[in-house]
Design a protein around this ligand. Structure first.
Ligand code: HEM
Length: 416
C-alpha cells in the first residue's frame, strides 16, 4: 500500500478551529493530493476532497455516521437514535418517512407559508430604523415551519423556539460557551418536542394526519412499534431546526445580491430560471457545512490507500464545491456556470452527495432550494431596501459562517 501525505503537526485540532473551512482544501492543495492523514482531538483522521473522494464516501454501505462527530456537535445537529445515526435497512426505513414529507405540494405549502409571514412583516420593518435580516428570517422560518409541521406555537413561544434552534446551529461548530449555550437550549427544545409527540399520541394535541409532526409521532419502526418518544422528538427537531437554519443561506443570498448588482437586477426582471441559477451558485460559493464525517464500515482501497474498518474519515464539502477540476475559476461568483453543470451527485455537495433515499444526503435539500427561491423572489420583487455601511466580511474560521453584521437593511418598503 502506498503512503499518503501526513500533516506535519502532531495534532491539528487547533489548526482546524482557526482555519475553519480552509483547513482541508488548503492542505490538499499543499500536498497535491485528494487525501491526507492527520490527527484531530488526538485521533487519527483521513481528510479527503474532490468529486472522486465524494463518490467513494457516498458508496452505499461504506460509511456510518456513528461515532464520527464529537458528541458536542452530534448532539446539536442530530443526536442519538436519529436517522443520521442509523445504517442499512433501519436507515432506509426511517429516511423513507422523512422523504414522504417532501412532496412538491408539501414543499410549496411551506414556501407559501414563509411568504405569508414575510409579507406580513414588511410594514413593521418599514417602521424600524434598521432590520437585522438574519434574526428576522430565522423567526419567519420558525413560525412557518411550525405551522407547516402542525406544531402549535403561541405568540410568546415563537421567539423562544427561534432562539433555541438558532443556538443549536450556531453552537455546532464551536467549543466552549457557544456550544454550551446550544446544549442548554437544546434540552429545553427536547422537553417541548416530547410533550408535542405525547400530546399527538394521546389525542390532546389535534393536528391533521398528514402534518409532519403527526407523521413522525405515529411512524412505526420495522418491528411495528412507534418510535421511542425521545427519538420521535429528536426527529421532529431534525425537521424544525435545519429549516430555521436556511436563514443563513437566505442572508448569504441577500449578500450576493448586494455584491453582484448585475445578477441581482436579473432576479428582478428575469424568469424563475435566473433565480434557480442564482441560488445554486449561492449554495456552491458560500461556506455553510464545512465537511461531513464518517467511520469506515468495511475495509476498502482507494488511490492505493487502505481504509480500514473503523477509520475516521472527513469529506471536504467546501473545497469540493470549489474544486477547479469541476469549476472553472471557482473563486468567482457566477450563477451562469450552472447552465452547463452536468448534474453530478458528487461534484456539488452543499448538503451531501449520492442518493437522497439510499444514503445520508440531506433530507431537506429540496425544502432548502424552494425556501431560498421564495426568499430571493421576495427580496428582489416584493420589497425595496437600502444596505447601510456595515461589516459584511465572512470569517472562514467561524463555522457555520455568516457575514459579521448578519446583514442589516434600512428604509424597507414594499415594491410599488
Ligand atoms: C440549511 C441548509 C442545510 C444544509 C447546509 C444541510 C446540510 C446537510 C448535510 C451536510 C447533511 C449530512 C449528509 C451526510 O451525512 O452525508 C444533512 C443531513 C440531513 N439533513 Fe440537512 N441541511 C440543510 C437543511 C435541512 C433541512 C431544511 C432539513 C429538514 C427539513 C434537513 C434535514 C436533514 C436530515 C434529516 C439529515 C440526515 C439524513 C440522513 O442521515 O439520511 N436539512 N444536511
Amino acid at each position: 500500500m502506498s503512503r499518503i501525505p501526513r500533516d506535519k503537526s502532531w495534532d491539528s485540532t487547533r489548526a482546524l478551529l482557526s482555519e475553519g473551512y480552509a483547513f482541508i482544501p488548503e492542505r490538499c492543495r499543499r500536498y497535491q493530493s485528494d487525501l491526507f492523514e492527520t490527527r484531530l482531538m488526538l485521533t487519527k483522521a483521513v481528510c479527503m476532497s474532490g468529486p472522486e473522494a465524494a463518490r467513494e464516501f457516498y458508496e452505499p454501505g461504506r460509511f456510518t455516521r456513528r461515532q464520527a462527530l464529537p458528541k458536542t456537535a452530534l448532539w446539536l445537529l442530530q443526536d442519538q437514535g436519529s436517522v443520521q445515526t442509523l445504517d442499512g435497512e433501519a436507515h432506509d426505513h426511517r429516511k423513507q418517512m422523512f422523504m414522504s414529507l417532501m412532496s412538491p405540494r408539501a414543499i410549496r405549502q411551506l414556501a407559501d407559508l414563509m411568504a405569508r409571514h414575510w409579507q406580513a412583516r414588511i410594514p413593521k420593518w418599514g417602521g424600524m430604523s434598521e432590520v437585522v435580516l438574519h434574526s428576522e428570517v430565522q423567526e419567519i422560518l420558525c413560525r412557518a415551519v411550525c405551522e407547516w409541521a402542525g406544531v402549535p406555537l403561541t405568540e410568546d413561544e415563537a421567539s423562544r423556539r427561534t432562539q433555541e434552534f438558532a443556538a443549536m446551529v450556531d453552537g455546532a461548530g464551536k467549543v466552549g460557551p457557544r456550544n454550551w449555550r446550544g446544549m442548554a437550549l437544546r434540552r429545553r427544545s427536547e422537553r417541548w418536542a416530547r410533550s408535542i409527540i405525547e400530546g399527538i399520541r394521546s389525542g390532546t394535541v389535534k393536528i391533521p394526519e398528514k402534518a409532519p409532526a403527526h407523521v413522525i409521532a405515529l411512524h412505526r419502526n420495522q418491528d411495528g412499534a412507534h418510535l421511542d418518544v425521545k427519538v420521535a422528538a429528536v426527529e421532529l427537531i431534525n425537521v424544525l431546526r435545519p429549516t430555521v437554519a436556511v436563514a443563513r443561506f437566505i442572508v448569504l443570498g441577500a449578500l450576493a445580491m448586494h455584491e453582484h448588482p448585475t445578477f441581482a437586477s436579473r432576479l428582478r426582471t428575469g424568469d424563475d430560471e435566473d433565480i434557480e441559477l442564482f441560488i445554486q451558485e449561492i449554495r456552491r460559493f458560500y461556506p455553510f457545512f464545512p465537511l461531513v464525517a464518517g467511520r469506515v464500515l468495511q475495509d476498502f482501497d482507494w488511490k492505493g490507500y487502505r481504509f480500514e474498518k473503523g477509520a475516521w474519515v472527513l469529506l471536504d464539502i467546501y473545497g469540493t464545491n470549489r474544486d477547479p477540476r469541476t469549476w472553472n475559476e471557482p473563486e468567482r461568483f457566477d450563477p451562469d456556470r450552472f447552465r452547463s453543470w452536468d448534474g453530478s451527485a458528487f461534484n456539488f455537495i452543499p448538503q451531501g452527495g449520492g442518493d437522497h433515499y439510499a444514503g445520508h444526503r440531506c433530507a431537506g435539500e429540496w425544502i432548502t432550494i424552494e425556501l431560498m427561491k421564495q426568499a430571493l423572489r421576495l427580496l428582489a420583487r416584493e420589497m425595496r431596501y437600502d444596505v447601510p455601511e456595515q461589516d459584511l466580511r465572512i470569517d472562514l474560521a467561524y463555522m457555520p459562517a455568516l457575514p459579521e453584521s448578519a446583514f442589516r437593511i434600512a428604509n424597507v418598503r414594499a415594491a410599488s
